[in-house]
Design a protein around this ligand. Structure first.
Ligand code: LLP
Length: 424
């Protein structure tokens, strides 16, 4: 069930969650604004954790999906660790109260500075993605007299069957160590005294809507673990990455139970500690982008609802051709006239489209609409393009709401730049 439902909290039915009407949020905070439901965040985490309970997997929330401290902390309180990909995300995880030993550091381009920060924080695991990175980490850790716990991220050469830009497990993708090179690199890592090699990691892509690519990749990882063990390495951890998809439109992503069962089989076979790094699954449906219609423009050919959110706030439709459902915030009567509209933002690019050709109740200037399933890869992919401060973020909880990332003032936006003395 969608977390945001039409409720007659204040008269006519309007979208609400956690006992809060979105109209009230729009009135208090303005638009565009991201809105997240605590109830949905918590329910999704609990469901995910329950499906993985039999395999006793550690859930390291992939912060890149939504790096708001309040969101990270909401999951942390439920027991989540964190998957981070930069020093910024590392700091966010620590600030949100995630225990360092439950932090995994992923990414193909960790700098020496980032490695040092993560070593100082004593994080639980570095997922190393290349031979040069392995050597660099050994040097940084050695210089500090510390040992880095590492897993080797392999590239299983499996096609996740997802959007081209978010598939990460094929040979041609930049991620992970080539499968066949992994044993040699494992041997090399074992020689380096500043490294403590604990396991194997992988992540084949995001928004997977079928189970078989997971199955194929897990099988490759399992075979590698068996081979490494046969060669005498103690492989105690297997990090399976994230990637479980959600339904944006008509996709039928795998059921949580089926995903959980696949992982449980792996645990039985290998007797190994599992880590997973879910992002989107936990947050996407728990958030929406609340926006107001500025104008409706009908040019004979097409109808455009020009709203105050734009590609700078939510870039997924522009970047990936992603589909997000759009619904009016005030429920339209069943007999309301409808029309087909493109929901577009004010940014000066034809690519600034949030939704194309949608059949919606006829909209008018001032109407509020919600762009659904925007909790993941929304707010934190935002920019200030066209001089637009990105949409703020609001968290709902038990009839209350809080602004968890305020709207940047135009003063703050302009204060980012500094005039050099010769132009002052
Ligand atoms: N672990 C690693 C190493 C990752 O690179 C990612 C996502 C995840 C975990 C979490 O994957 P998830 O469970 O969220 O699928 N901006 C794109 C998605 C990029 C995903 C990048 N990596 C989008 O809006 O669809």
């Amino acid at each position: 069930m969608d977390p945001f439902q039409y409720r007659a909290l204040r008269g006519a039915p309007e979208l609400a969650a956690d006992g809060v009407a979105l109209v009230a949020v729009a009135e208090a905070v303005g638009t565009p604004t991201y809105v997240y439901s605590s109830a949905a965040l918590e329910a999704r985490y609990r469901a995910f954790a329950a499906a993985l309970a039999p395999s006793r997997a550690r859930i390291c929330y992939a912060i890149k999906a939504n790096d708001n401290l309040a969101v990270i902390r909401s999951f942390g309180k439920l027991g989540a660790g964190a998957d981070v990909v930069s020093e910024g995300e590392l700091r966010a995880a620590l600030k949100a109260g995630i225990a360092p030993e439950h932090i995994v550091f992923s990414g193909v381009g960790k700098t020496a500075r980032e490695m040092a920060a993560a070593l100082d924080a004593d994080i639980g695991q570095f997922n190393v993605e290349s031979a040069p990175e392995l050597e660099a980490l050994a040097v940084v850790a050695g210089t500090k007299g510390l040992r880095a716990k590492i897993a080797l991220r392999i590239n299983p050469d499996v096609d996740a069957g997802t959007h081209e830009k978010i598939a990460t497990g094929r040979k041609q993708d930049k991620f992970g160590v080539a499968y066949d090179e992994a044993p040699a690199l494992f041997r090399r890592a074992a020689e380096l005294r500043s490294l403590d090699v604990v396991g194997v990691a992988m992540h084949i892509g995001s928004q997977l809507t079928r189970l078989d690519p997971f199955e194929a990749a897990f099988e490759r990882a399992a075979q590698l673990v068996e081979r490494l063990r046969a060669e005498g390495h103690a492989v105690s951890r297997l990090d399976l990455g994230g990637g479980l998809g959600i339904r944006y439109r008509d996709e039928t992503p795998p059921a949580l139970d089926a995903y959980g069962a696949l992982i449980e089989r792996l645990v039985r076979r290998l007797n190994i500690e599992i880590t997973v790094e879910p992002g989107r699954y936990l947050v996407a449906p728990a958030g929406l982008l609340l926006t107001r219609v500025i104008y409706v423009k009908r040019n004979g050919e097409k109808n455009f609802a020009i709203v105050d959110a734009a590609m700078n706030d939510l870039i997924r439709p522009t970047l990936y051709g992603a589909y997000h459902r759009v619904v009016p915030v005030r429920e339209a009567p069943a007999d309301a006239p409808r029309e087909t509209v493109d929901v577009v933002g004010p940014v000066c690019e034809s690519g600034d489209v949030l939704a194309l050709g949608r059949d919606l109740p006829r909209l008018a200037a001032g109407d509020l609409v919600a762009i659904l399933d925007a909790g993941a890869y929304g707010a934190n992919m935002a920019s200030a393009y066209n001089g637009r401060p990105p949409a703020p973020e609001v968290l709902l909880k038990d009839g209350r709401f809080a602004v968890i990332r305020p709207r940047l003032s135009l003063e703050a936006l302009l204060a980012r730049d500094v005039l050099p003395d010769w132009l002052a």
